[in-house]
Design a protein around this ligand. Sequence first.
Ligand code: SF4
Length: 364
Amino acid sequence: MINSFQDPEVVKTLKDKITKISHELKENIKICHVCGTHEYTISHWGIRNLLPSNIEVIAGPGCPVCICPSKDIEHCIWLAKQGYILATFGDMARVPCEKGSLLSARAEGADIRVVYSFLDAMKLAKQNPERELVFFSIGFETTAPMVAIELINKSIPRNLSILSSHRLVPPAMELLLNAPEIPLHGFIAPGHVSAITGSKVYEPLSNKYKKSIVIAGFEPVDVLFGILSILYQIKEKNFKTENLYPRVVTREGNKTALEAIKIAYSVIDANWRGIGEVQKSGLEISEKFEEFNIRLKEKLPPVSSVEMPSGCRCAEVILGKIYPDECPLFNRKCTPENPVGPCMVGIEGTCAIHAKYGSNFPLV
Ligand code: SF4
């Protein structure tokens, strides 16, 4: 069923307006999004094919399993091999690191359980009172509140610990804005994350760096409207944060979720796989709830220093420096069925999305 956000007539109108303004601008414009679901929309609907050749939309670090440090995966494998039940999301279980993946550890006998939410992990802990469990908690601002609220409500079973690998999106956007090798004109900010953070979280970035940041939804009309709005801002030299997704996102965000994040976590400098350390971009369980922090309960061993598998160019894909088909392993040695690197694993990985829908480039 076609809804109004997929209407071909509206798409054509937006495409024509983008083409017109791109001719007026007469310069190459690079726009970055930081959300796997936006990459899905762009690739699935062939949006790059609709754009004039001087308008490029690149995928930034918007896939939470792709940027999850190999160190944390290795530690989870180690914990599972010590006898813990290790619960995590399905995509995370397949992400490879130097020591294999959580699923390969399961094949060797480790007790790895795939869950759909933290509530499932809590249920699992209650069903197994004689066992110790660890929940490998990953994701951006969208998933962090789930654990936070249960910590605050004191509803987490005593036999359940957490390994937090949550990351915050705005610090990674700022890192990109400071990278001269990736000259960006603007961002399409992630709709889901923004539903939690609110649009105001981006205002300091658009003001400081004089860049356009538009929050867009996930339909083709949303994304094209986002691109058009960035082009208008560039034309008018009026760089600001604009919320184009008011049906979901407010300026203030989800105050309950934000308050829970503030209480339950401490903001730390954190490693992003393929990027390195990003200041104030990670969420660690706060001291108040330290009895649930597995990093404090167990002496975790040193890990391999190999961040990416040999030949994998995810580090460049994650930063939008190359497209997946520029990696020599793409769709040869590395496929969605047998991923070599993290970007080929999940539904939000740029390589996995391009393997399914192709790398679409401007035809005009
Ligand atoms: Fe890494 Fe595979 Fe993507 Fe190449 S195609 S960058 S090996 S995930």
